[in-house]
Design a protein around this ligand. Structure first.
Ligand code: IMP
Length: 429
């Protein structure tokens, strides 16, 4: 068995897409386990930028089969757009290359409308969701009234969809929203059913058989550990399991698949967050502008899915250690090191002051971050441009010291360092 889980260790947007792209060169399958089109994975190959929300980034490699796992919530309209976009770029998107779990849940226009209406009703206490219907779809799943991809194959699917829309319309009206017209949505979903039927499969079984045959499978995480429904900064989280263990359930794999698995934890060289919620090392002013970028480049810190400017701050090693433990991370990939070039000093949060105590590890997970004062270590910065570094010795001594300090505190080896958005801009340590 050869399972390699690639997981986000922060609040999402760690650059998992480009790390998956690197490892997918040697993969047979890349599989997404959780979330929906709230995610945004960007891969840059030469001048071509692939922005993916649902389809695993591995699909760009011609030998890879991409799997949308059962832990996902899938908006068929977004999926149809993405499949069309990929085909337009010359990617082969046929049923032998794209497999969709019959147990994944559907996101309907009603889920999206409810997401927006619920956020509006929360007012100033909103969660800052992406508005993609993620929470309402997972709510229906937990309430055992969700619609699954496999239901598209059933003769009574129109009746199931009608019932769902009627229930959702009642909820929408209770929130002061406009009810949705049912017939056009039935027509739209009849088209999706016809188009997607050949792609729908028992992907849990297919992944099991692939691993048994010794194939290389990458589980591609979406969002990040701190957005996990159970272990994140609740309630400012997404609605799915974003950890490596969650990937197993999301893909329908047993614990035998985890034996000997590699778990790459992806972390940005600084910290970002989009949406509401605590962020101990957040910075503002000129430094924030410097870390975020102007938005002129597609890889500046603006949400791939929503375009919202991301909040930025120094790398928080207390939270990173927590994420590494929760995921069982065996190696780290540090992304966007190039962004720190040119700063006089670079910060690392190595512990928190909580009342009169200094702590290196969280005592109640990330539930009381408001009470934590970050203790920052300032390390000397480097002025050199690192974007053409390809090996460890190409990096300035100060950048090496920064990375070594991360390794020492995290007690996990760093394997990859990204120094630019392009596929080849990587240092393999
Ligand atoms: P939802 O997943 O749309 O319900 O949003 C819940 C929270 O998760 C919000 O703070 C979002 O900004 C955040 N979120 C969801 N997906 C992503 C992602 O892919 N990257 C970063 N933040 C995300």
């Amino acid at each position: 068995m050869a399972l390699h889980v690639i997981t986000g260790t922060q609040w999402g947007d760690e650059g998992k897409g480009r790390i998956v792209d690197w490892y997918a060169r040697d993969a047979d399958i890349t599989a997404r386990a959780n979330g929906g089109d709230n995610a945004g994975h960007t891969v840059t190959v030469g001048w071509q930028i692939y922005k993916l929300h649902l389809v695993p980034s591995g699909i760009i490699h011609p030998q890879v089969t991409a799997v949308l796992g059962g832990g996902m919530v899938i908006n068929p309209a977004s999926l149809a757009d993405e499949m069309g976009m990929l085909r337009g770029l010359g990617v082969d998107v046929t049923p032998h290359r794209l497999r969709i779990a019959h147990t994944a849940h559907l996101i309907t226009p009603a889920h999206r409308a409810l997401d927006r209406a619920q956020e509006a009703a929360r007012g100033r206490g909103n969660l800052g969701t992406t508005g993609r219907g993620i929470g309402p779809a997972y709510t229906d799943k937990a309430a055992r009234r969700g619609l699954r991809l496999g239901d598209l194959l059933r003769a009574d699917f129109p009746a199931m969809l009608t019932k769902h829309l009627e229930t959702a319309n009642e909820q929408l009206q209770a929130l002061g929203g406009e009810p949705l017209a049912v017939p056009p949505i039935l027509d739209e979903f009849a088209r999706y059913a016809a188009d997607l039927t050949p792609f729908i499969a028992d992907t849990s079984l297919e992944l099991y058989l692939a691993l048994k045959e010794g194939k290389n499978v990458i589980a591609e995480g979406a969002q990040g550990t701190l957005l996990d429904i159970d272990h994140g900064t609740y309630p400012f989280v997404t609605s799915s399991s974003t950890t490596a263990a969650g990937a197993l359930t999301g893909l329908g794999l047993g614990l035998d698949a985890a034996q000997g698995a590699r778990v790459t934890g992806v972390a940005k060289a600084f910290q970002t967050r989009v949406g509401t919620g605590p962020f101990p090392t957040e910075v503002d002013g000129d430094l924030a502008l410097r870390l975020r970028g102007s938005g002129a480049n597609p890889w500046d810190e603006y949400g791939t899915t929503t375009g919202r400017p991301r909040r930025v701050g120094w790398l928080d090693l207390v939270l990173l250690r927590y994420a590494l433990r929760l995921n069982g991370v065996t190696e780290l990939a540090i992304t966007k090191l190039d962004i720190l070039s040119g700063l006089d000093k670079v910060g690392l949060c190595t512990s928190y002051q909580v009342g009169n105590r200094r702590v290196k590890d969280l005592e109640f997970g990330p539930t009381r971050l408001e009470e934590c004062e970050p203790i920052l270590e300032e390390l000397p910065g480097w002025s050199q441009d690192v974007t053409s570094a390809r090996k460890w010795s190409d990096l300035p001594g100060e950048a090496q010291a920064f990375l070594q300090r991360i390794e020492t505190i995290c007690e996990v080896p760093i394997q990859l360092i990204s120094v630019g958005a392009e596929r080849e801009q990587l240092v393999v340590w």
